[in-house]
Design a protein around this ligand. Structure first.
Ligand code: CP
Length: 324
């Protein structure tokens, strides 16, 4: 693997999931793989899980991780070609990225969308400029449109739950991605990415449910069944992935905060005793009820813990391709 920006960078999804589960059972197996290698983790936005799990994963592979909170500690970066930099930006990506490419062997970047400019966000301008100018492998820690490390983690968590349940082992699981209410405009990237991974994986009946106006870009959902009635969508589900996203077509807008979309035990009773996922952070009793988060069907803590194994599997694949 030369980079990790989306599911398209993965040659064999099931093999990558297997590798992650292997690291879960034997975290230090490849402690020498990243010896004398340094990884930079650049954050243009806040993070708890991504930041810490990727550091742990890198250390499990013997790498030295260095975190740089660009948003709080760095020069304000310019991404526009030909910009006359007489405003607030101090350093052009063309100048900064090659320097980072010389300091590190792998560069990981987290950036969010503006939710103001759909063309700019969906062109993935920021991450593509790091790819263009850094000259080393780039890993997305969440970009404007996708969150591939989260989606790999979600699939690992689903696979793990299937492997530990005899009934699920012998059937095609039904996985439902449901929109949930939120008070703020939230990116579409987790939902886009989860949908893209589920469709590419192809081993589940995958259903998306959301209120009218929250249709995601068909670039990520072609192949999914889309049902607007949440109760109907949840029927017989084995896994329910709960996530808010703002409108794609009325870009970045919150069109409704209808609390009847929040998953509760009453709604869960329509499912096949479904396990519940959420990427965290979660707004309790807005996006997801306490009774679900604190109940036996919640996989969210295990899911967040699995972030380490997802990152470790991806970094090990990239390290294997870096010349000694
Ligand atoms: N799920 C996730 O990416 O969490 P953080 O924003 O805390 O990294």
């Amino acid at each position: 693997m030369k980079q990790f920006i989306s599911v398209k960078d993965v040659a064999n999804i099931n093999a990558l999931v297997q590798k992650a589960l292997m690291y879960k059972s034997s975290p230090m197996k490849d402690i020498l793989l990243g010896k004398n290698k340094r990884i930079g983790l650049l954050f243009l936005n806040p993070s708890l899980r991504t930041r810490l799990s990727t550091q742990v994963a890198a250390q499990n592979l013997g790498m030295e991780p260095i975190v740089y909170n660009v948003d709080k500690e760095g020069w304000s970066l310019e991404f526009n070609e030909g910009a006359i930099m007489n405003g607030t930006t101090v350093e052009h990506i063309k100048d900064a990225a090659p320097v980072l490419g010389n300091y590190f062997d792998i560069l990981c970047i987290r950036t969010f969308p503006s939710l103001q400019n759909i063309e700019q966000d969906y062109s993935e301008k920021i991450i593509h400029q790091f790819i263009k100018y850094a000259g080393i492998p780039i890993v997305s820690l969440e970009s404007a449109t996708l969150h591939p490390l989260q989606s790999l983690t979600d699939l690992i968590t689903i696979k793990e739950a299937i492997l530990s349940n005899v009934q699920l082992k012998n059937k095609k699981p039904k996985v439902v991605l449901t929109w949930a209410p939120h008070i703020k405009p939230i990116p579409q990237c987790v939902a886009n990415s989860f949908s893209e991974w589920m469709i590419t994986w192809g081993e589940a009946d995958f259903v998306i449910t959301h209120p009218k106006g929250y249709e995601l870009s068909s670039d990520y959902t072609n192949g999914a069944t889309i049902i607007q009635d949440q109760d109907e969508a949840l029927k017989d589900a084995d896994f329910v992935y709960v996530k808010n996203w703002s409108s794609y077509h009325e870009y970045g807008k919150v069109l409704t905060t209808d609390e009847s979309w929040m998953l509760t035990n009453a709604k869960l009773s329509k499912t096949n005793n479904a396990k519940v996922l959420h990427c965290l952070p979660v707004r309790r009793n807005v996006e997801l009820s306490d009774e679900i988060l604190d109940g036996n069907n919640s996989l969210v803590t295990m899911e967040a813990s699995n972030r380490v194994w997802a990152a470790q599997a991806v970094l090990s694949e990239i390290l294997a391709k870096i010349e000694k």
